[in-house]
Design a protein around this ligand. Structure first.
Ligand SMILES: Cc1cc2nc3c(=O)[nH]c(=O)nc-3n(C[C@H](O)[C@H](O)[C@H](O)COP(=O)(O)OP(=O)(O)OC[C@H]3O[C@@H](n4cnc5c(N)ncnc54)[C@H](O)[C@@H]3O)c2cc1C
Length: 224
């Protein structure tokens, strides 16, 4: 196992429980958009975190501090800038396909992390087909990266997005679930589907896509 040492260079709290954590490493290797890093933590073998952004020399992660979990996410989110962590990767098969075709991205919470990397990569590669993001959270206070998402839309006219808040109303967002947007007339516009989030969310998105006739081979997903 090729263990690397990562140094936290910046930590920003985005919501009551989501942190943006930027890390650098001397043994950097480029990732394929959608891949993750596995951190080796004290008393816990490993916890995977998707790379939200790959900048030469390091990566940005979006990590939810799961308060009632076994401690992996708490351990990382409670570290300070310049602390170090051991990790392996990048690895993983939930990766962006190279095709410059239309793509629908659907994610909830920090399941947005790999989608962000994938959306930026496909747009930067010159994909001018329709790229659409469905991003869902429970409460308004759980929203993050809206400025970054808006910045993508300003730069790339073929990118559009819809934000869903399921438990309350918020101006500019839709009240409901990302699955609400999955209607046949929307789905038929896309050639590939990338889905990430909690298992129950991924299952319900996939179920709906398959029910509306999307081929299994065109759906790519990662369950957290
Ligand atoms: C490939 C992969 C990539 C991942 N990428 C990310 C990422 O970019 N950001 C991130 O925050 N997490 C990510 N996760 C989840 C992460 O690996 C841990 O499972 C999570 O941080 C909980 O670990 P824990 O030790 O704190 O709690 P645990 O005791 O391991 O988990 C407690 C419970 O929380 C659930 N859980 C996992 N993720 C969440 C979540 N986001 N919200 C609520 N409950 C959750 C677990 O399924 C479990 O039921 C990823 C998981 C996988 C498999």
């Amino acid at each position: 196992m090729n263990t690397k040492t990562f140094t936290i260079t910046k930590k920003t709290q985005l919501t009551p429980d989501v942190f943006e954590i930027i890390m650098s490493t001397d043994t950097y290797t480029p990732s394929i958009p959608g891949q993750f890093i596995t951190f080796i933590l004290p008393n816990i073998w490993g916890r995977a975190y998707s790379i939200a952004q790959d900048t030469i020399g390091g990566y940005t992660f979006l990590i939810k501090r799961v308060a009632d979990g076994r401690g992996g996410s708490k351990y990382i989110c409670d570290r300070s800038e310049w602390d170090t962590l051991n990790a392996v990767g990048p690895s993983g098969h939930f990766v962006l396909k190279e095709e410059k075709n239309s793509k629908l991205f659907a994610g909830t919470g920090v399941g947005f992390a790999p989608l962000y990397a994938q959306i930026l990569a496909t747009l930067k590669s010159g994909n001018t087909s329709s790229i659409h993001l469905l991003f869902g959270v429970r409460f308004t206070e759980d929203l993050f990266y809206l400025a970054e998402i808006q910045a993508i839309q300003s730069k790339y006219p073929n990118f559009n997005y819809e934000v869903f808040v399921s438990r309350e109303k918020y101006e500019g967002c839709k009240k409901g679930y990302i699955t609400d947007a999955l209607t046949p007339d929307i789905i038929e516009n896309f050639s590939e589907f990338y889905v990430c989030g909690a298992p129950v969310v991924v299952d319900s998105v996939n179920e709906k896509l398959l029910a509306w006739g999307v081929e299994k081979e065109k759906i790519f997903f990662e369950k957290y």
